[in-house]
Design a protein around this ligand. Sequence first.
Ligand code: TYD
Ligand code: ZN
Length: 389
Amino acid sequence: MKCRVCFAPIHPFMTFGKMPIANAFLEPADIRVEYFYELAPAVCEKCGMFQLMEQPDPKRMFHDNYAFYTGTSKGMDKHFSDWAHSLPVKGKSVVEIGCNDGTFLKHLERNGAITIGVEPSANVAKVAKQNGHIINRFFNGIVVEELRAQIVDADYILAANVVCHIPNINDFAGNVARLLADDGKFIFEEPYLNDMLRKTAFDQIYDEHVFMFNASTVQYAFGQHGLKLIDCEPQPTHGGSMRYTLAHKGHPSLRAAATIESEIESSRGGPYAAFYARCENKRDKLHQVFNQIQPWKTVAGYGATSKSTTVLNYCGLGIQHVNYICDTTPGKQGKLSPGAHIPIRPHSDFVKSYPDYAILFAWNHAKEIMAKEKFPGKWITYVPEVGVS
Ligand code: TYD
Ligand code: ZN
């Protein structure tokens, strides 16, 4: 297998074993035909890119029934509102790649931008269409030509939690460079590799995240296509993200240069063997927690996140450990979790009859959840450490 960025040979540093698609919530009748692949991450020795060895076909992941709607989280809505208001987009042409249900576009338009969204999943694109102009396709060379016919070039190209989903990063970077105006900016944010390592948040590793970026690897990958990293700014979303700003011209800002420096420092001595050991340790500790409470207690999962699929399947947790998972997304309710086949129930069931314990799968929304829940039981958490409180 070759690195998707620089084509040097890559080898996995660990494996999570066979995994289902993280967002493929299923009906009981579909268990027989459930799809599995080997989830094994690798780090390229030449360019440093963190990536998955094997990734399912994107059509299996971003299809007409994509389970995730950005607008379901109040915190994310505010995040996109703040971001839109921080950009001088009035009268500018803005393309959002992977616009999901149009949450960000809506705020950009309110701020005076002329927007076009690109979104491959039909169900979420349909919601976005209520807010503006949407192209319901994967972002590729043909779509770029269509966009160029409409707007010539883009003053801003924006993307949130999308770029790490795209396996052909060279094609993607070339397309962005072609669409971006000479003085335009390409700004995107993604879960940050170094936060994941620091918190041992191994549940960020799943099929959709074919890459985990940091400033150094973003600079390398997009630099190959003439785009320069000019800034980066940490974000609290998705448990620790980074927002990268790239342009045709320019130099890294002081904070971007400092971030790159800190990444070089923290990669000395090869951190991945230690990360692997910490993952195994976390898995053992979670089992110790469940060994003390099961089969006597009721346990709910809180949030049927994609991340929970990695936790449940890697740790070998099933319905005998976690009796059900509550989630506010209607499309997930009534279905079973991928691989572990734990039933997903509406959030109202959680409140109606509180369980003894709740394992916080949506830990990236902890602040929002803790502020609104009056849960009388105990929370089981595992990021950054395993704990019961
Ligand atoms: P998300 O943050 O997107 O995580 P991932 O990228 O791992 O899927 O998903 C959060 C899930 O949690 C989503 O299905 C909605 C659900 N959720 C609740 O059920 N209640 C809440 O209060 C929040 C914030 C999220
Ligand atoms: Zn490489």
